[in-house]
Design a protein around this ligand. Structure first.
Ligand code: TXA
Ligand code: MG
Length: 316
C-alpha cells in the first residue's frame, strides 16, 4: 500500500504507450485533462482504484469520476440515460462537464462509494483522448477512474510539476500534457433529478447548462446543501490564509497593511483567472507568503467556479 509521502520523483513523459502499460499493470497514471490533472486507474481494477484513494489520502466515501473516450460509451456505465444527460453529453462532450447518472450494475462499488449513481466525463485533451481510445481498444470497458491528482483537501494540479510536487513517486507515470487550459475542475450536473441540478460549478457555466436544458439557472452558490460528497466547506486549501476582497483597490489597501501578503487577481478576464488560479495559490505558498488576498471575480460564467474555489480556499 502506498501512502502520500513524496519520496522520489515520478517518471514523467509524453508516452501514451508507457501510460497504457502502467494502467494495464494496475498502476497509477497522472492524466492530463483540459480542467486539472487526474490520478487515473483502470476503473474495473478494484485494487488499482483502492490505491488511488490511499495515494491521495482520500476518504472512501468520496466517489471517483469515470473518464471515457467518447460520449457513445456512457451507456456502458449507466443503467439508464436520462434525457438531460443525453442532451448535455451530445452538446458538451468532450468537455469540462461530469454527468451523474444511475450506475450500471457492473460499476465497482469502490468507484461510486456504494452510491446508486456514477459520475462520467469525456475529457477534451488530446493526450487523454489518445490514452482513453487506446485503452478502450485494448479490450476492457475503457474507463479510467480519476480524482484530481492532489493530496486530499489541497489545491488541484494544473501542471505535471504540480503532480510531482504533491504525490512524488506514489504515482507511477505522469503523462505530461502541459498546463491545463481551463484550470478549474469540471462542472458536475446531477442528471438523476428533474430538473437536473448543478452540484459543482466548473468549466461549463451554470448558465450554459440551464440554456441547453431549458431550465432556470440555479446559481450554484445559492443552491441548497450539496449532495456530492467531497464538496466540503474547506477544500482547495493553500498553506497561506486566504482573504477575499471584492475589488482591486481594496486588495491594494489591505496588502499595504498586511506584511507577507500577495494579491491574486485577474480582473474581469475570467478564463485567465480560472486557468491561473491554482498555479497562483501554489506560487504564493512557495514564495513564503502568509496571506493571500484574492479579488473575487464577477458571479457570471466561469466566475462562479473561481468564486466557489476561492470561498473554499478561504474557509478554515
Ligand atoms: O475536472 C474534473 O472533474 C477532474 C478531472 C481529473 O476530471 N476531476 C475531479 O475529481 O475534480 P475529484 O474527485 O477531485 O472531484 C469529483 C467530485 C468529488 O467531490 C466527488 O465526491 C464527486 O465529484 N462525485 C463523483 N462521483 C459522484 C457520485 N456518483 N455522486 C456524487 N458525487 C460524486
Ligand atoms: Mg479534487
Amino acid at each position: 500500500m502506498t501512502s502520500h509521502h513524496r519520496s522520489g520523483r515520478p517518471e514523467i513523459g509524453t508516452s501514451v504507450d508507457r501510460a497504457l502499460e502502467v494502467i494495464g499493470n494496475g498502476g497509477l497514471v497522472a492524466l492530463p485533462t483540459e480542467t486539472v490533472y487526474g490520478l487515473a486507474a483502470d476503473a474495473d481494477d478494484e485494487r488499482a482504484v483502492r490505491s488511488v484513494f490511499a495515494t491521495k489520502g482520500r476518504p472512501a466515501d468520496h466517489p471517483l469520476i469515470v473518464h471515457v473516450a467518447e460520449a457513445g460509451l456512457l451507456g456502458e456505465w449507466a443503467s439508464e440515460i436520462p434525457d438531460s444527460a443525453a442532451v448535455l453529453a451530445e452538446t458538451c462532450w468532450p468537455g469540462p462537464l461530469t454527468l451523474l447518472v444511475p450506475r450500471a450494475a457492473r460499476v465497482l462499488d469502490v468507484v461510486t462509494g456504494g452510491r446508486p449513481t456514477v459520475g462520467v466525463r469525456v475529457p477534451a485533451h488530446p493526450l487523454a483522448t489518445a490514452l482513453l481510445t487506446r485503452f478502450r481498444a485494448s479490450g476492457g470497458s475503457g474507463g479510467l477512474a480519476a480524482p484530481s491528482a492532489n493530496r486530499f483537501g489541497r489545491v488541484s494540479p494544473t501542471t505535471a510539476a504540480h503532480v510531482a510536487a504533491d504525490l512524488g513517486d506514489a504515482v507511477d507515470y505522469v503523462l505530461d500534457g502541459g498546463p491545463c487550459p481551463v484550470g478549474v475542475e469540471s462542472t458536475i450536473v446531477d442528471c438523476t433529478v428533474e430538473p437536473a441540478q448543478v452540484l459543482r460549478p466548473g468549466g461549463i457555466s451554470a448558465e450554459q447548462v440551464a440554456a441547453l436544458l431549458g431550465t432556470d439557472g440555479v446559481a450554484p452558490e445559492a443552491s441548497g446543501p450539496s449532495r456530492a460528497p467531497g464538496m466540503l466547506a474547506s477544500h482547495y486549501a493553500p498553506d497561506a490564509q486566504v482573504v477575499l476582497v471584492s475589488s482591486g483597490d481594496e486588495a491594494l489597501r489591505l496588502a499595504d497593511a498586511t506584511p507577507g501578503s500577495v494579491i491574486v487577481d485577474h480582473g474581469a478576464d475570467l478564463a485567465s483567472y480560472a486557468r491561473s488560479l491554482y498555479a497562483d495559490l501554489r506560487a504564493a505558498d512557495l514564495s513564503g507568503a502568509t496571506t493571500i488576498i484574492a479579488v473575487l471575480p464577477p458571479a457570471e460564467g466561469l466566475g462562479h467556479a473561481v468564486r466557489d474555489r476561492l470561498v473554499k480556499a478561504a474557509h478554515r
